[in-house]
Design a binder for this molecule. Structure first.
Ligand code: CA
Length: 236
């Protein structure tokens, strides 16, 4: 239960009875839940990248579930998304899945069915996260993840466990920028980051740069993406 307690689910659903019912049910099953009734707000929350799963209604005020799904997918291929569709609305289901949703649940749904779907999608997404044992950056940096060590040219490198976890996370998501909030959530395990001093992330990034980047000039591997966070490039 301790790991499950930290999993966060976003529920975007404008029908209050359904949304609060889902929130209560998921909290009861040990998840941290955030509910939202508006499509645009839902998109913003989903794009923060801090949710393990997004439960997404289709007809929403502001922005519909298809558009939200499409926008999430454009940024993050791995974000688990489950669409909430009307019973027997085959077109909705096909459209949702073709836009990249992982699964769907038809309303009205049974509690058992919903929990099965949620748990299955979460299990698949966690199993699919590959951990690299070796991270190579450009021609000169070679990092041995398990031994917390590496080399840059002739120079030996050593990393703390947390520095390596940050590197691994950035490497695993190298196709996009990762926000400070996401790093605090996924690497440090903080479920709520609003009140947390964020310099801890900046300090780790600075320490990593001193190790993997050349002594002079701008970073070429661990980049700052303005307004979005950090991105590790040049790796294989
Ligand atoms: Ca709706």
């Amino acid at each position: 239960m301790t790991i499950k307690n930290r999993l966060r689910i976003l529920v975007v659903e404008d029908e209050e009875a359904i949304r609060t019912g889902l929130e209560d049910l998921l909290v009861f099953h040990g998840y941290a839940v955030e509910g939202c009734a508006d499509g645009r707000r839902g998109l913003d929350l989903a794009m923060s990248g801090t949710f393990d799963l997004v439960l997404l209604d289709i007809m929403l005020p502001g922005l519909d579930g298809y558009a939200i799904c499409e926008r999430i997918r454009a940024q993050d291929r791995e974000q688990p998304i489950v669409m909430l569709t009307a019973r027997s609305a085959d077109d909705d289901i096909v459209k949702g899945l073709s836009l990249g949703a992982d699964d769907y649940v038809s309303k009205p749904f049974s509690v058992a069915e919903l929990m099965l779907r949620v748990e299955a999608v979460l299990r698949r997404s966690r199993a699919g996260t590959e951990i690299a044992n070796r991270i190579r950056l450009g021609a000169d940096v070679d990092i041995d993840v398990r031994n917390l060590s590496g080399t840059r040219g002739d120079e030996a490198l050593e990393f703390t466990r947390r520095e390596m976890e940050v590197l691994q996370y950035l490497h695993a998501h190298g196709d996009r920028a990762v926000s400070r909030e996401e790093l605090l959530n996924k690497v440090w395990g903080y479920s709520r980051t609003a009140d947390i001093e964020t310099r801890t992330v900046d300090i780790h990034i600075a320490r990593l740069r001193r190790k993997i980047e050349a002594d002079s000039g701008s970073p070429v591997y661990l980049l700052t993406v303005r307004g979005a966070g950090y991105r590790l490039v040049g790796g294989d």
